[in-house]
Design a protein around this ligand. Structure first.
Ligand SMILES: NC(=O)c1ccc[n+]([C@@H]2O[C@H](COP(=O)([O-])OP(=O)(O)OC[C@H]3O[C@@H](n4cnc5c(N)ncnc54)[C@H](O)[C@@H]3O)[C@@H](O)[C@H]2O)c1
Length: 269
């Protein structure tokens, strides 16, 4: 079997009904993986599951990634249905208006409760599913955790205060856990992250484009800072999701892979 094969791998993805998550689920099913989707909104999941069940072996659970009891119930069902899992993709994440500094406001106007919520969702919403579900990885196998980071994790991107702090923490959590698992369990569990560049989604649409579809000045700055001169397309993350899910990445742990059209390498000059 090819080291790149992901056929029959049992993959759990949080945020699987989101713009980027949905694309990954489609791709993984098309490539023969078994996929368990976790999202927040039951109606959205129900519709997607009808579509996905025609493509392959798919399960779904709606609940909050910050709710440990919910995650424990998912774990119990997965243990009964699949026996274990091979890959955990932590794609749930997001932002809140009060955690973003608006153009006419300052750091001192930020909402502390929104900052806490954004921090919790992105960091604890990555840590808790890992804490509960990593126990389902089988003994001695090539298991993989893939976290979703961001360009906002590494260098200051204006305005997105809460999100940047949280994704920065996701990066160090990724590296820390990679080392911890390697030291405790040898090569059993890889822990890596993907750092998407700029993709147009519901979350950032109004920050990057105007109602008529033209770019905001922030959108223009981002395009000018991206050597490829465009936003990414959600399906352009699939190659890295595939690689990190497959045994081809079996000696890769603790890395954060940018998928950004060159944004993170560019000085701007
Ligand atoms: N879109 C981008 O340009 C971009 C760039 C960098 C990083 N990211 C990151 O990629 C990931 C996916 O982003 P997206 O654009 O698809 O976002 P999205 O808003 O379209 O989807 C987010 C998903 O997370 C789920 N979710 C949110 N809160 C949840 C909770 N408390 N419990 C359970 N599920 C919850 C939602 O149901 C949804 O399925 C996120 O972590 C995001 O921060 C996105």
């Amino acid at each position: 079997m090819s080291i790149f094969s992901i056929e029959s791998k049992r993959i759990v993805i949080t945020g699987g009904s989101g713009v980027l998550g949905k694309e990954a689920v489609n791709y993984l099913l098309e490539n023969g993986a078994k996929v368990c989707v976790i999202n927040r909104t039951p109606e959205k999941l129900k519709k997607l599951l009808m579509h996905w069940s025609e493509k392959g072996d798919v399960l779904g659970f709606s609940g909050d990634v910050l709710d440990e009891d919910f995650l424990l119930s998912v774990k119990k069902e997965l243990k009964e249905k699949w026996g274990g899992i091979d890959v955990l993709i932590n794609a749930a994440g997001g932002n809140k208006p009060g955690a973003v500094i608006q153009p006419d406001s300052s750091f001192f106007d930020a909402s502390i409760s929104d900052l806490r919520e954004v921090f919790d969702l992105n960091l604890m919403g990555t840590l808790l599913p890992t804490y509960v579900l990593a126990d389902l990885f089988p003994e001695g196998s090539n298991s993989s955790i893939i976290n979703y980071s961001s360009m906002a994790a590494d260098r200051a991107i204006t305005r997105v205060l809460g999100y940047s702090m949280a994704k920065g923490s996701v990066d160090i959590f990724t590296k820390w856990l990679a080392v911890e698992f390697a030291k405790k369990y040898g090569e059993k569990i890889r822990v890596n992250a993907i750092a998407p560049g700029f993709f147009l989604t519901e979350q950032n649409e109004r920050l990057l484009t105007n109602e008529d579809g033209s770019l905001t000045s922030r959108g223009e700055t981002i395009i000018a800072s991206t050597p490829y001169g465009r936003f990414g397309k959600p399906e352009e993350l699939n190659g890295v999701v595939h690689y990190l899910s497959s045994d081809a990445s079996r000696f890769v742990t603790g890395v954060i892979v940018p998928v950004d059209g060159g944004f993170s390498s560019f000085s701007g000059v």
